[in-house]
Ligand binder design. Structure first.
Ligand code: NAP
Length: 359
């Protein structure tokens, strides 16, 4: 099979490095271009990440030798050389939105981790197992952009990637009336390690800027419908959240309380979770976990350190489902924030877009 030529914009950052590590052995995708800020442009990729390579697996020689391009100045050339790009840039929201749209207008599809286009009405925000049908809005986006190939598709925020999948198989049948979620989020979500953020050692910080708003609003967009060429967000369920930074390197845990319109039994919930599969499983996409939602019967699981890497960090772990005194039920769930929640989720989305002929 001929491989797709792939560029990574923001390749030197935390998420960018995860892309590199995931794509070096990918059966469909070849990294042909890496790009970042003018600070890195013109240097070898290996030199740019020396001393801050975040992965255990060493960087391959081929990628280390790639010369980093300037993400802004080299748009036309990069767009010409690749089949699509992953965007993992960290910059001002308007600048990022403009940069991604410039790539799309140059007929280069963009799969993005950044939040800049998450609320652009004709840009799909996709968790591939949950709302793969939203990619159909791309045809309307292309009309607006005046492109035949170029478009933008985005991932949601990493904080929602554990509890929204857990709610999803229950939502239609039982109706979720209200939910309360507290997240316990790893420091890599801020692009940090314990070396670069020593204040986080032995610490908990009860504030992550903008995270609670995203955690409450983005699920409604994931559960929205396409109407007249845009995604119209769902109106419910009402979700209230508190997002807390904890001293974990990777992995976002969530403690969830939920009530239903029609209360299911514990067995009904566990059966729906065990049986749930989405389009990535049906299409057998290379990065799709075989079992997306894993339920642990042990009362001290899932644990961030033990369970975040389940199915290459692409599965969601759930545990401690039990009755609550204020809500119908409570449980905990966990997902890997830089894999399922960032680069891995975006690679899965790109695989879906290739399998469905959007790329
Ligand atoms: N970390 C996570 O778990 C996570 C999860 C979900 C989503 N995200 C999102 O993913 C994106 C990347 O996050 P990160 O944690 O990887 O950030 P990061 O480690 O700070 O990396 C940022 C990247 O953007 C590049 N960049 C910065 N300014 C630029 C400019 N003016 N022009 C071109 N490139 C520029 C940097 O290049 P230089 O090295 O040259 O400066 C670097 O490659 C963010 O939008 C973030 O919100 C992160």
């Amino acid at each position: 099979m001929k491989k797709y030529k792939v560029g990574i914009i923001g390749a030197t950052g935390t998420v960018g490095q995860h892309y590199v590590a995931l794509l070096e052995d990918h059966p469909w995708f070849d990294i042909t271009v890496v790009a970042a800020s003018p600070r890195s442009a013109g240097k070898k990729y290996g030199d740019c990440v020396a001393g801050r390579w975040a992965k255990e697996k060493p960087l391959s020689d081929a990628t280390a030798q790639l010369i980093v391009r300037d993400a802004f100045a080299d748009v036309a050339a990069v767009a010409d050389e690749v089949d699509f790009v992953f965007s993992a840039v960290e910059m001002d929201k308007d600048e990022c939105a403009a940069l991604e749209e410039t790539y799309a207008r140059h007929e280069c599809p963009v799969i993005s981790n950044a939040s800049a286009h998450r609320w652009t009405p004709d840009v799909p925000m996709v968790i591939p197992e949950l709302n793969s049908e939203h990619i159909e809005v791309i045809k309307d986006q292309r009309k607006r952009l005046g492109t035949s190939r170029g478009f933008i598709a985005v991932k949601s925020n990493c904080s929602i990637q554990s509890y929204v999948p857990a709610f999803h198989p229950l939502k239609e049948e039982f109706g979720i009336s209200r939910a309360l979620v507290c997240t316990y989020q790893a420091i890599s979500g801020a692009g940090k390690t314990f070396e670069t953020w020593p204040e986080m050692v032995d610490n908990v910080i009860p504030y992550i800027g903008g995270e609670e708003e995203k955690s409450e609003r983005e699920p409604l967009r994931v559960w929205g419908k396409i109407e007249n060429g845009v995604i119209v967000p769902a109106e419910k369920p009402a979700i209230t959240t508190q997002c807390i930074r904890v001293a974990a390197s990777d992995g976002h845990m969530a403690a969830v309380f939920v009530s239903f319109d029609k209360k299911p039994t514990i067995e009904e919930i566990k059966t729906r979770w065990a049986a749930f599969a989405g389009e990535p499983q049906r299409l057998n996409l290379p990065s799709a976990p075989k079992q997306f939602l894993h339920y642990f019967e042990e009362e001290n699981r899932p644990q961030t350190k033990l369970d975040r890497n389940l199915e290459n960090g692409m599965a969601v772990s759930i545990g401690r489902l039990r009755e609550d005194t204020q809500y119908d039920y409570k449980f905990v769930c966990l997902s890997h924030n830089t894999l399922r929640g960032a680069a891995g989720g975006a690679v899965l989305l790109a695989e879906l877009l290739c399998a469905k002929d959007y790329i």
